[in-house]
Ligand binder design. Structure first.
Ligand SMILES: [Zn+2]
Length: 258
């Protein structure tokens, strides 16, 4: 077995008091088990969040005293509830689970907890959890994404008209880089809701957001996976890891300035 450094769950209980200090930073990857169209596996968001978190912790963990928690793979995926294979927690359940995790971590000397979120459907709730955990357990809490999702103001390649929200070019490219044996590019088609692009306000990442389920769109995915390549995936992965490493440096020093 390869040596896995800085995996919190690999510590023995008696080591926790020795190794975890007030300077330690916990990274909690948030994945998802949800339909990702015919071309990507249910585990896509978990694979990406875990890989970025592992690479970043392996790179800067010693220097910044960062500890990797086991990925939370079941999260809030109810936009895909229509699709057998999706395993989702309700909003109230996930909020309670994040509170439970925070309460347990707060029994250690560490005070910093970062959620690295691979599933855009978790973002709104995770942001709520940041404040709930700060108030309830005194933790300093952060939310990071491997890439900013297009429905939250992030960008996506031109052929997606800014709508590579789910199973599109970037996500498919990342999977071609990280787990090509799980990708069926031959089954992928371009699925971009061009009508929405005519709107000025009501659009993904626009000033007016809208509630959506993935079966509001054909085949349950939104983007252009046909443009995906492993090379782009490698580039996106390295960019995500480098950015998260830099973010961890700021997080490890962050104080509210009071
Ligand atoms: Zn995804």
């Amino acid at each position: 077995m390869t040596h896995r450094i800085r995996r919190f769950a690999d510590l023995r209980a008696t080591e926790v008091a020795e190794r975890i200090s007030e300077h330690s930073v916990f990274v909690q990857p948030l994945g998802a088990i949800e339909q990702h169209g015919p071309h990507l596996p249910l585990s896509t968001d978990s694979v990406v969040a875990t890989a970025v978190a592992e690479a970043a912790v392996d790179r800067v963990g010693d220097e910044l005293d960062v500890w990797l928690l086991p990925t939370l793979e079941y999260t809030k995926s109810n936009e895909h509830a229509w699709s057998p294979g999706t395993i989702w927690l309700s909003a109230t359940t996930l909020l309670a689970v994040l509170d439970d995790i925070g309460r347990c971590l707060a029994t250690t000397p560490a005070r910093r907890l970062v959620f690295l979120n691979g599933h855009g459907g978790n973002s709104a709730l995770a942001n709520v959890a940041l404040r709930e955990l700060r108030l309830a357990h005194g933790l300093i809490t952060f939310l990071a994404h491997p890439g900013v999702p297009p429905d939250q103001g992030g960008t996506s390649p031109p052929s997606e008209l800014g709508m590579g929200v789910h199973g599109g070019t970037d996500e498919t490219s990342l999977m071609l880089h990280l787990a090509p044996h799980l990708v069926r590019l031959d089954l992928a088609e371009r699925r971009v809701p061009e009508k929405i692009n005519a709107n000025r306000y009501v659009r993904f990442g626009g000033r007016v957001s809208f509630g959506w389920l993935s079966d509001d769109f054909p085949d349950g995915y939104i983007g252009d996976p046909t443009a995906a390549t492993a090379e782009l995936g490698a580039h996106l992965f390295e960019g995500a890891v480098a950015a998260f490493c830099e973010a961890l440096a700021e997080i490890s020093q962050f104080d509210h300035g009071r």
